[in-house]
Design a protein around this ligand. Sequence first.
Ligand code: C2E
Ligand code: CA
Ligand code: CA
Length: 585
Amino acid sequence: MTNRADIDQRAAMTIDGAAHSTQSANDTTIAVSFARATNLALISIDGTGSIRFVNPSAAKLFGYERAEMIGCPVTIIIPERMRGAHTGGFNRVAGGQKPSLGGKTVEVSAIKKDGTEFPIEITLSVWRDENGMGAGAIIKDISERRERDSKLLRMANQDTLTGLPNRHRFIDLIRDELQAERPLTVVMLDLDGFKDVNDTHGHSAGDCVLQAVAVRLPYLLRGDAQVARFGGDEFAILLPNVGDPIAAQSEAKAIVDAFATPFDVAGHVLDLGASVGFAIAPAHGSDEEELIACADYALYKAKASGGRACRMFDHSMKSETLTRRLMRDELLHALRNGQLELYYQPQINLEDGRVFGVEALIRWNHPVRGLLLPGAFLPALDQSALALEIGWWTLDQASSEAARLWAIGRPDIKVGVNLFPAQLRAPNLCEKVAGSINRHGISANALELEVTETIALHDNDKSLEVLTALRQTGVGIAFDDFGTGFASLSSLQRYPLTTLKIDRSFIANIINRPGDAAITKALIIMSKELGLDTIAEGVETEEQEQALRLLGCPSAQGYLYGRPVPAANLEQMLVAQPLAKLANM
Ligand code: C2E
Ligand code: CA
Ligand code: CA
């Protein structure tokens, strides 16, 4: 058994190399204290590879008592698989060669008494003295640093929710392909209806969907395809060696089609679509960021077309998208700064000339371009979140106007509000409508929501459900622009409608095109049979009005009775002539 003083003494001798002079004795004492106190693990071995010295930090690090280690071969701290390399190197140095690792810091694996392996950083030094060769090592446990490094590396390259490569890694992957001068296709994918899942079923359901997508996509794609998640519900796919538009299109379409199968998440069957845009290298771009941007423009187009679609990039998309984005930014600013305003256009009962309703129509008081009509800015909204924001604002404004009409003694006038497609699809439409009604203290039948037949038919079952729920609250529902879309006449019976608005294209030609007159007549009869009100839109002349009367049309709206006017002018108009026909105002 070796005693502690002996160990320290020998250690000091090894560290110092010579302990004969007074100075040396002094150095030895300092070296011993230093070796005992330091957090660095110190180990030295002799020419046979046996451990001659360990300091307390080293013993603790490897899980031994110091005395246990002394005299043992140093291989007790070296993992089995690395012992051969160690012995080879050691023998070369013992044989007189210069140590290749001398003075250098290297990272290797070490093993504890209990067998656990861990990473260490080790700095070696080799010397010769009267006892022959000696070698010492300063050892640092780097487990924590390794852990941190690998976490950072993972985070830098991987999306934590799905385990897929992230945007950063995806860019590297594209770059590698481009450098090898191979053609490729970059696909961007965005889920349709993902926000609804989050809103209705909560974020954990949303996360499950994203994880399910991360499983579904690689499964349906070719083996060399790389799927990445960019964040949110946005995924990207790299198809190496696909440079042919037809091949790319068919891959992209397969992705869209794969989403026809609903997701089964936490007991919910979720029907989600995918919109896909893609760009091809080298045809559309030769740089990774550019290709992603191109695929993104195409994705935007696919989304704007109503979703569940795929589009290939073409150069016109770029400028168009940029203009729309600028317009949207400007519109958001307009909404926040009170530049948007609702105008109101009267709706007339053709029997007595009485105004029974007004339609709210949005206008933009543009600081530079003047008063803008919806055609100049609404298309930029498409399916964007801003459409919802503007839609809810419109609903609220129109409700406040209904309250004002009530206050000036015209509670008989209902206010028509146009809905954006996004509003009809929003899961909180009913609450929003109820909220506006309550906030302004109006009765539900003071509002009539206008939806175009195309919008209503888009999500057939869902919109029927939500419109039915709305109708049950007492709110009126009008089919707008009727006759221009694909609604069958039987849909008039299925939907819970109060009003049918005949599109103005029929009225415009009612005098000179017998076909249009015949359609108008049929719609009027049908609508009356079903107990709906019928409004002819876009009535501009006395002749048109006369023709409509003859066909039995009960109501009309158009320039003949009044153009859309600001709220203040509407009040004047109604106060001045509450019940009279408003022609020529
Ligand atoms: P719409 O719902 O069919 O609205 C009627 C449009 O016809 C209005 O155009 C109105 O000014 C115009 N109009 C009325 N009488 C006549 C007429 O005698 N002759 C002609 N040629 N036109 C007439 P406006 O205000 O430019 O709105 C265009 C469209 O924009 C609306 O068509 C509606 O689809 C949409 N829109 C307007 N305001 C809103 C809104 O607040 N929300 C939503 N979601 N859409 C809106
Ligand atoms: Ca309308
Ligand atoms: Ca209309």
